[in-house]
Design a protein around this ligand. Structure first.
Ligand SMILES: Nc1ncnc2c1ncn2[C@@H]1O[C@H](COP(=O)(O)OP(=O)(O)O)[C@@H](O)[C@H]1O
Ligand SMILES: [Mg+2]
Length: 195
């Protein structure tokens, strides 16, 4: 993946989040406060606006622009979490023009660490970690597919939330897709198409 591929990835993700904004917020309505689609759309739109004014020139700067925008423009849990993830990716890609699948897997792995450092969630707590972690393991083995990503997102349905706002619902959080896992799944699906 070069810088052009990265931009294609991020724009496609932003477009899909924008078009599914209400659906994603509805997912959050069921187990949270109904703002996740709105939050992600706000952050990604602000990023597209920022890069339309002053395009980033490197992979690292592109991630930095997205990360800073998510951190500064998005409230809720997801802004700081995605923000730290993309800032970690910016740090990892400094001086690099082309990323192999292995580089991407390593970069995502470090970004996941940044998310976990900030959010303190582990696998099985019905958060975006439940998509990020197993997806990275599959990517490392070259086994990540669109269907596998759908499977990971759907696997959050029977889980009970023990982190994030959904944890307040206890057992009532069971039976719904985790919204952050859904938006992370969209991110990974579009990444996969450019790799
Ligand atoms: N501690 C955490 N670690 C990882 N992800 C989390 C954590 N808390 C919440 N999330 C993710 O954030 C999503 C909710 O994001 P959002 O609705 O934008 O923020 P908020 O919950 O503050 O309203 C959840 O679906 C979950 O995937
Ligand atoms: Mg919310």
């Amino acid at each position: 993946m070069n810088h052009g591929g990265l931009v294609v990835w991020l724009k496609a993700w932003a477009d899909q989040v924008n078009s599914e904004k209400d659906f994603i917020s509805d997912l959050d309505n069921a187990i949270g406060d109904g703002d996740h689609g709105f939050n992600m759309s706000k952050g990604l739109t602000a990023y597209l606006d920022a890069r339309a004014v002053k395009p980033a020139e490197t992979i690292s700067d592109e991630f930095k622009m997205l990360g800073m925008t998510m951190l500064s423009k998005v409230g809720g849990a997801s802004g700081p979490l995605f923000g730290s993830a993309f800032l970690s990716m910016s740090k990892d890609t400094a001086g690099i023009d082309e990323l192999s699948v292995d580089d991407v897997a390593k970069m995502l792995s470090n970004a996941l660490e940044a998310i976990q450092k900030r959010g303190k969630a582990a696998v099985g707590e019905k958060t975006m970690i439940d998509v990020w972690h197993p997806a990275i393991e599959l990517l490392k083995k070259n086994e990540l597919t669109q269907e596998a990503i759908d499977g990971l997102v759907n696997a959050t349905i029977p889980m009970m939330a023990t982190k994030g706002r959904a944890a307040y619902l206890g057992e009532r959080s069971i039976g719904h897709i985790d919204p952050g896992s859904y938006s992370s799944g969209l991110m990974l699906k579009h990444l996969l198409t450019v790799l």
